[in-house]
Design a protein around this ligand. Structure first.
Ligand code: UFG
Length: 323
């Protein structure tokens, strides 16, 4: 299949591109490298250095590639930043996203797969969270992703464009080749691993007074390879709708730090800090729908396997992609 991957130089996009190429798909990556890395793009994929701010750039790139499917990973991802610069999130994640969606429909694309997020649920009333739980985002990042979900539904209803929107929980881990390297790193596992890498003296724990068993936030960590595999399953004709992607297991910040200590064999000092604004205490997915309807089955559901793959990658790439 001819697949157009936006944000294919980013963390999840790069892993998905690798798996698509492995599966024999013909991949075009469109990325402006504002957050992605050229070295993270599989050499088997065609690369387009996008200029999404230039009128017509997205439509022209898509028309030239003539894809059957679009996987839309591009977007800004920092919850905290979205609270300071909401306009950036609405401009890039909604405005620019609409350019991709509209271009896809106009080019006759059959399937549009979108990276949505657990952040669309806001502060959930129950866990595990099913797809039909109320969506009340508590930050512009989640709000922008929810707005895009709604646009997808209208394009489906009015233009017949088939879509799958995956609500990711906490992506982590790496393949042998591609891993997590953000220029501004806010995510827990890469930050914890900076300690055994000798790049930080300790990890900061944001909040120890949450209503959780050990007082720290609980998250559902999912291996990036399992996320990517779900995207490939989403290309099957007929499947359409919203799917959570998580393992259904919650781990606290302290449990993640202990798993990193076991995997790396090093002590990882932790310093307690105040809560990070906007962090829900507990986010755990019910991914039964993806299992049932897409036939998705996570291969790496355990936290240690996820951390071990991340540790292997960071040891080989202590400076990330070096750019
Ligand atoms: N944390 C720390 N110290 C750190 C980094 C994080 O204690 O150095 C804590 C956070 O406060 C949070 C937990 O670790 O309680 C997980 O934080 P992450 O930043 O790794 O992940 P989030 O759960 O905040 O966010 C991630 C994605 C979002 C997505 C969200 C949905 O980054 O894009 O999952 O669950 F919206």
């Amino acid at each position: 299949m001819k697949v157009f991957v936006t944000g294919g130089a980013g963390y999840i996009g790069s892993v998905c591109t690798e798996l698509l190429c492995d599966a024999g798909h013909e991949v075009t990556v469109y990325d402006n490298l504002s957050q992605g890395h050229r070295a993270a793009v599989d050499l088997r994929a065609r690369f387009i250095l996008g200029r999404p701010e230039q009128p017509g750039d997205i439509a022209a790139a898509m028309a030239a590639a003539r894809p059957e499917a679009v996987l839309h990973f591009a977007g800004d991802i920092l919850v905290g930043e979205s609270m300071r610069e909401p306009g950036k999130y609405f401009r890039n994640n909604v405005g620019c996203g609409l350019e991709f969606l509209d271009a896809a429909w106009r080019c006759g694309v059959r399937k549009f797969v979108f990276s949505s997020t657990a952040a669309t649920y806001g502060l959930p009333e129950q866990t595990p969270i099913p797809e039909d739980a109320p969506q009340r985002p508590v930050n512009p990042y989640g709000e922008a992703k929810l707005m895009f979900e709604r646009m997808l539904q209208w394009y489906h209803r009015l233009h017949g464009l088939e879509f799958v929107a995956f609500r990711y929980f906490n992506a982590a881990g790496a393949t042998d080749r591609f891993g997590e390297a953000h220029r501004t790193e806010t995510h827990l596992i890469p930050n914890v691993l900076k300690v055994p890498l000798g790049q930080r003296p300790h990890v900061e724990v944001f909040g120890t007074d949450y209503p959780t068993p050990d007082g720290t936030c609980v998250r559902d960590y999912i291996h990036v390879v399992d996320l990517a595999r779900a995207h490939i399953l989403a290309l099957q004709p007929g499947c359409c709708g919203f799917y959570n992607l998580g393992n259904g297991n919650g781990y606290s910040v302290r449990e993640v730090i202990r798993a990193c200590e076991r995997v790396t064999g090093r002590a990882i000092p932790a310093v307690e800090k105040p809560r990070r604004p906007g962090d829900p205490p507990r986010l755990v997915a019910s991914a039964d729908k993806a299992r049932r309807e897409l036939g998705w089955q996570p291969r790496f559901p355990g936290l240690e396997a996820i951390v071990a793959s991340a540790w292997a990658w960071h040891q080989k790439h202590p400076q990330g992609y070096g750019d």
